[in-house]
Design a protein around this ligand. Structure first.
Ligand SMILES: O=P(O)(O)OC[C@H]1O[C@H](OP(=O)(O)OP(=O)(O)O)[C@H](O)[C@@H]1O
Ligand SMILES: Nc1nc2[nH]cnc2c(=O)[nH]1
Length: 183
């Protein structure tokens, strides 16, 4: 599909599924090499990371690999508390573990900064960050990104786990908000 309509907005194809698949395979190879002796714990941050998690983890071959999921919120009402609240927690003990955080997107870096602060309090051995998409020009909260499949410009995108108001997460390709129709 070259174009999709979600609610009131049109989106255009930005990156096709095969290109994303290839970039994720490259990340999997890097992680397999770098973390081969660490029995890594992959921590998938819901909702958006479900597809990245599945695509990546099928290619991870490290013995002792574990996966758990978290859903977090840093907002109460309409303002940020600056603190992470676990909506769905991870029930694995994180002490002395090598954690690989899996995100679909790093945009401002705010979510990741809060999450890393929170995880440091659990005394892990190491924290690595792996993201499917990263917008370096949008970053306002500095984050060290250890593994990134694809870098993007500072545009709103949907697909591959990312939604617009609940829709679009299921698309295997990535779409960008169409400027022609949505100004
Ligand atoms: O770098 P940031 O500016 O903090 O943006 C990135 C965050 O935004 C998205 O989550 P979202 O809040 O849309 O929740 P979802 O994963 O449930 O869709 C994404 O999954 C990251 O967690
Ligand atoms: N759907 C969607 N969610 C985001 N969260 C942070 N950046 C984005 C984006 O570009 N698209």
């Amino acid at each position: 599909m070259k174009k999709v309509k979600l609610h009131d907005k049109e989106f255009e194809l930005l990156i096709d599924a095969a290109t994303i698949d290839q970039a994720i395979a490259k990340v999997a190879n890097e992680i397999n090499k770098d973390l081969k002796d660490t029995k890594p714990l992959f921590l998938s941050i819901l909702n958006g990371s479900f597809m990245f998690t599945s695509d990546l983890l099928k290619q991870i071959t490290i013995p002792g690999t574990e996966i758990c999921f978290m859903r977090i919120a840093s907002y109460e009402g309409t303002s940020s508390t600056g603190k992470i609240k676990e909506l769905i927690g991870c029930n694995v003990n994180l002490t002395d573990r090598t954690i690989v955080i899996l995100e679909d997107m790093i945009d401002s870096g705010r979510s990741m900064t809060y999450l890393i602060d929170y995880l440091k309090g659990k005394n892990p051995k190491a924290i690595k960050v792996a993201t499917m998409f990263y917008k370096p020009k949008a970053l306002t909260h500095p984050v060290t990104v250890d593994y990134c499949a694809l870098e993007l410009e500072n545009d709103f995108v949907v697909g591959r786990g990312l939604d617009y108001d609940g829709l679009g997460r299921n698309y295997p390709d990535l779409y960008i908000l169409s400027t022609a129709t949505n100004e």
